[in-house]
Design a protein around this ligand. Structure first.
Ligand code: NAP
Length: 463
């Protein structure tokens, strides 16, 4: 089946690519395996130089890459360019920190003992379209510094992004087999994981894809990292700075046209500030300008694919049928393109999609709670556990949120974000493993134990 770029703002086909056939795929896997044997021996200083060059290319050509991103998946041009610059920052961060993260770690034992971090081989990276550059670079920058090589299976709606990233890495001076794009559909992923030349897999995507990829990896005893969906809570308590909480809750829900894993999808507000918060929140959501993502004045572009528009619409309609109230939005925008307006739902029944599921579009589910106990109970009443954001200036409340929210990340008086310096990942059905920081770079390494003794007897050893 061809892999096709379609402009989500207009529905027009931009470009179509043939999928790799069996022989082409085999050649790429062979090249990855061969390149790994050589690349793993290259000095860190050489990898550093190339990654710094990749950062330069990204910064220099952010305008061009931004246009590719916007035309394929619909985020605003300004945010697309921002994403490319963020990738440059990520490359620089790992170029400068990898030596420290990968240094031998001494162990206190008789003789000399230490851990040496070594790369594990070709990694299959199955990536989503929503941050089509950043999701790839946040895996690729540390992995390349670590001496691994990468096979990118990008989402099928962003083939031009996938090819552009491959080109950046090649132009930066990395060998051809260090980073290859595989233009294949998701039905081929299990077969690639099974291939003995592939040593590990990382997936950023939906829960369903996580189940398939995780089980294929488990069946073949291969390391996997799963960064899956989320339905992050955004909690507002009476002591919060309401101005900042409201405007951040708007951005946190609508960023990336409402299609980020860490969007604040469930807004949980204390009853003492609920009326004021709701009035301002709805007003600010309504004020956002939805339209052509290439135009500077646009706040929110279209959803990335017609299927997403259908899914969001169905989730909202079902929630409303079950009793949820629409405070604003609630219906797709008429006309071409996959446009859905900023939407706020309240009075949300417990079994409705707005309560139980991830809604991957600009729909906020608003809950009013009596106290912090109820806020924490609702925050945790989700199968997901990715990020969370809690707004309070009370130190005891802050401590309770930090301790009791079941999530991979808790941000206090701050919007959840991913940044090269901090680990990123979830618990529960949001997946396992971490990307970014020293946790991320160590996920795909052999932590090899080395113990240099004096040749004495092993008498008394148990295992
Ligand atoms: P998706 O449909 O799961 O697709 C993600 C990637 O997985 C694509 O490359 C897709 O390929 C592939 N894929 C889909 N089904 C698969 C299967 N059964 N086996 C193997 N591969 C499969 O997700 P999406 O719609 O692109 O992205 C949205 C989801 O990603 C949301 O749930 C969001 O929360 C999550 N996400 C999580 C993070 C995080 O860091 N935790 C970050 C961003 C997004 P095709 O395109 O060819 O189908």
């Amino acid at each position: 089946m061809p892999i096709t770029s379609v402009n989500p703002a207009t529905g027009e086909e931009i470009k179509s690519f043939d999928e790799l056939d069996g022989r082409q795929l085999d050649e790429k896997l062979e090249l990855a395996a061969k390149t790994f044997r050589e690349y793993r021996r290259t000095p860190l200083s050489e990898r550093r130089e190339k990654l710094l060059r990749a950062a330069e290319i990204l910064d220099e050509e952010a305008g061009e890459f931004g246009r590719i991103i916007t035309s394929e998946m619909g985020k605003t041009l300004a945010s697309a360019e921002g994403e490319v610059h963020k990738c440059a920052r990520g490359c620089r961060y790992y170029a400068e920190t990898a030596q420290r993260f990968l240094a031998d770690e001494e162990i206190e034992l008789e003789g000399r003992a230490f851990v040496r971090y070594q790369p594990i081989g070709p990694i299959l990276a199955v990536m989503p379209w929503n941050f089509p550059f950043w999701q790839v670079f946040r895996h690729a920058a540390p992995a390349l510094m670590a001496g691994n090589v990468i096979l990118l299976k990008h989402a099928s709606n962003v083939p031009q992004c996938a090819l552009a990233i491959e080109d950046v890495i090649r132009r930066a001076g990395f060998p051809e087999g260090a980073f290859q794009t595989l233009l294949v559909g998701s039905s081929r992923v299990a077969e690639i994981i099974e291939d003995e030349r592939v040593r590990a897999v990382t997936l950023t995507g939906s829960e369903g894809a996580g189940k398939s990829v995780g089980s294929a990896a488990g069946k073949n005893i291969k390391k996997s990292v799963l960064e899956l969906g989320g339905s992050d809570p955004f909690i507002v308590m009476p002591s919060a700075d309401l101005d900042r909480a409201v405007s951040t809750a708007v951005t946190a829900r609508t960023l990336n046209n409402g299609q980020s894993c860490i969007n604040a999808k469930r807004i949980i507000v204390h009853q003492d500030v609920a009326d004021e918060f709701t009035r301002r929140y709805v007003e600010q959501m309504q004020a956002l300008k939805v339209g052509d993502p290439m135009q500077e004045e646009t706040d929110m572009g279209p959803l990335a694919m017609p299927q997403i528009l259908e899914d969001v619409d169905a989730q909202v309609r079902k929630s409303v049928e079950m009793g949820a109230k629409v405070l604003t939005g609630g219906k797709p925008v008429d006309g071409p393109g996959n446009f859905y307006p900023p939407t706020v739902l309240t009075d949300i029944p417990e079994d409705s999609p707005a309560y139980r599921e991830e809604i991957f579009g600009p729909v906020a589910s608003l809950f009013v709670v009596r106290d912090i106990d109820e806020a924490i109970r609702i925050a945790n009443d989700s199968s997901f556990g990715l990020g969370s954001s809690a707004w309070t200036n009370d130190p005891e409340e802050q401590e309770r949120f930090i301790d009791e929210i079941e999530a991979g990340m808790v941000y206090i008086n701050k919007m959840t974000e991913s940044t090269p310096e901090a680990p990123f990942g979830g618990v529960k059905n949001s997946g396992y493993g971490r990307e970014l920081s020293h946790f991320g770079i160590h996920e795909f390494m052999n932590a090899k134990t080395v113990w240099i003794g004096d040749g004495g007897s092993a008498a008394g050893a148990v295992e």
